[in-house]
Ligand binder design. Structure first.
Ligand SMILES: Cc1cc2nc3c(=O)[nH]c(=O)nc-3n(C[C@H](O)[C@H](O)[C@H](O)COP(=O)(O)O)c2cc1C
Length: 200
């Protein structure tokens, strides 16, 4: 098993350092209690106007027909590894505010916050979550009956870590490679675009 702790500042919380997106999952199922805990963590993400625009469409592997239905929406590359996940999930976001029916420009932003929150909760439970954009959005809408007022956000695979050896060679190399990020200086500025932000 590989742990891929982020080479972040050591002061970053270990939950954040230890979250990563594997493609190898073990056969261990996720308990209903853990699934409920993860979804409930997502429910408690922050959102614009507390709209909570996210909706989660979930299938655990034991529910074989539903799991295959979700799996079949993924692009072949993602299907190849995500089939070993314990559960699959599609996150969608309500595009309008419920209090006045105006467009919610933050719906997808907030759905992403829910995904990030669930991924951290999964890490805390010894599980891993892996977001996916590689799926057929149109088929997802039609086959899952998603109303027009909901934007398709992202898929996620959930499960316990498996051995990288179960992956094809290219993916195996990626699975064990260190995680990388842009330097903070490229991402965080003082009060003008790209102005250096002194942090020490
Ligand atoms: C919205 C979103 C979409 C993604 N789409 C895919 C995907 O379709 N297939 C895949 O293998 N990984 C996908 N990823 C995983 C990213 O490649 C991964 O999060 C990134 O390389 C950083 O790695 P880490 O999560 O292990 O830190 C996606 C992640 C997110 C958040």
């Amino acid at each position: 098993m590989s742990t891929k702790t982020a080479s972040s500042l050591p002061t970053v919380h270990e939950l954040i350092r230890n979250r990563w997106s594997p493609r190898s999952f073990s056969e261990k199922p996720v308990s209903l209690e853990d699934l409920a805990t993860i979804l409930d963590a997502g429910r408690w993400a922050a959102s614009s106007y507390n709209e909570q625009p996210w909706r989660f469409i979930v299938a655990a592997k034991e529910n074989a027909a539903d799991f295959q239905k979700l799996l079949g929406l993924l692009v072949p590359f993602n299907q190849a590894w995500a089939k070993s996940a314990a559960a699959l999930m599609l996150i969608v976001a309500k595009k309008t505010f419920s209090h006045n029916n105006t467009p919610n420009g933050y719906a997808l932003h907030d759905a992403g916050a829910a995904l990030a929150t669930m991924a951290l909760q999964a890490t805390a439970l010894g599980l891993h979550m892996h977001g996916m954009a590689g799926f057929d959005h149109d088929r997802a809408r039609t086959e899952l009956g998603i109303p027009d007022d909901f934007a398709i956000a992202a898929f996620a695979a959930l499960g316990y870590l498996g051995s990288p050896d179960q992956l094809p060679e290219g993916a195996r190399q990626q699975e064990i490679a260190p995680r990388t990020r842009k330097p903070l200086a490229e991402l965080a500025f003082a009060a003008a675009w790209q102005a250096p932000l002194p942090l020490s």
